[in-house]
Design a protein around this ligand. Sequence first.
Ligand code: HEM
Length: 451
Amino acid sequence: MDRGPPPSPYGSRSRGRSGRRRAPTHATTRGGAPTGAAAGTGGTVTADKTLALLLKGYAWLPGLRRDHPGDGPLRTRLMGRPVRVLHGPEAVAFFYDERHARRHGALPGPVLDTLFGRGAVHTLDGTDHRARKTLFLERLTEPAAVGALAERVREEFRAVVGGRRGQEVHLFDEAALVLARAVSDWAGLPGGDRAATDRLARDCVAMVDGFATPGPRHLRARRARARQEELLSRAVIQARESGAAAADTPFGAVLSHREADGSLLDPHTAAVELLNIVRPTVAIAWFTAFAAHAMSRRPDVRRRLAQEGDRGAYAVSFAHEVRRFYPFVPFLGALAPDGLVLDGERLPHGTMLLLDVFGQNHDPELWEEPYRFDPERFLRAAPHRDDLIPQGGGPREGHRCPGEDVTVAVLSVLARELARLDFAVPDQDLRIPLNRIPTRPRSGVRLVVGA
Ligand code: HEM
């Protein structure tokens, strides 16, 4: 039985264990081939937990794991399906081995119609996935391209904030506009005037904000996606007809990308994948609001960021710690192929594997004092591939997020800009509710910029 959510890490500080980072000892999987070993001794929850997830949000899975401890994967049910919960770096490696986890058919329709789009790279497996993934890897991991996007973000941020001296700024909203303008320009999206780009920003925020919750937020998210897919599909058709797109931009790359069978992307799928570059870049607004939250709580961290030069390592460590500490992605899902054996158990048909992202990023077995915001931890040691998983794990060629370099570079730039800005934080509600997915500081972080 659930005993309520675990205490929020965003009100109190420093509840974790002290001491050095410990080696992970509790990974829950032993590989995909039948092992013949005794079934794992993970907790079992027989009731369907969909309602509990909707009510408890980020606190649901950590609470369930705490209340049903065991060595093996926790067994539960969601949306009528059997579920096994994976947790820990070894489990991450297991989850990202494509023999163990299928993406086709794993994501519910309401998530596809809001967050990712039908036919998105997230839903592909095998050679189809590998071919589509090159489109993203070639454009999003090249250091000069990443640096150029981060530089555009810096210029936009200075332009917006420079014009607002003496005024109050709603950081979350302004960051979304800054990011949308920068990424549209960088990606070579055709012809959007300022009003169209700002609309794109608001639509991208709506797609992320409404994917996980039934009701008006979800309807807004659906409308936002439908509108932007329509606009971008038309832009793709026009650019192909006129041959106008610059080949060296992400827009040009999407237009000329070839699938595993040699075909071009149809206009709708091209629009979906363009949005899979623009939307998550705009979503860095969530981390920007969290960064300001961290600076408001920790003036020492803000001072150090402000003092550091433009190439210093502290801002990068800060960006990693924001991604680790604050709640964004709660967990990831995939379907177990028929016959998969996990910890000695042959899984029932249609089992969903859930990778516990938020829980792992706060696991005291992996992180010294996990509830302490401490950018220094990443100065002492760079993050291990399968330990820090706010954007997925495993190798990049798998389903791991191809936008991690962009996220870290853009967030580092925005953190430095914010830290150097003369601003005050007026009285407001900065609490971060854990029962809302995705969450953010309630006020969106209002700042008064120095005159
Ligand atoms: C706001 C920060 C971001 C977060 C929290 C985030 C998180 C994630 C997560 C959790 C995944 C799924 C991994 C999986 O399915 O196993 C993912 C995949 C993906 N992300 Fe990100 N991401 C962010 C930024 C970005 C950026 C900036 C881009 C592009 C510019 C991007 C593009 C993608 C794409 C295309 C995929 C699909 C990869 C695949 O299925 O192979 N993301 N992201």
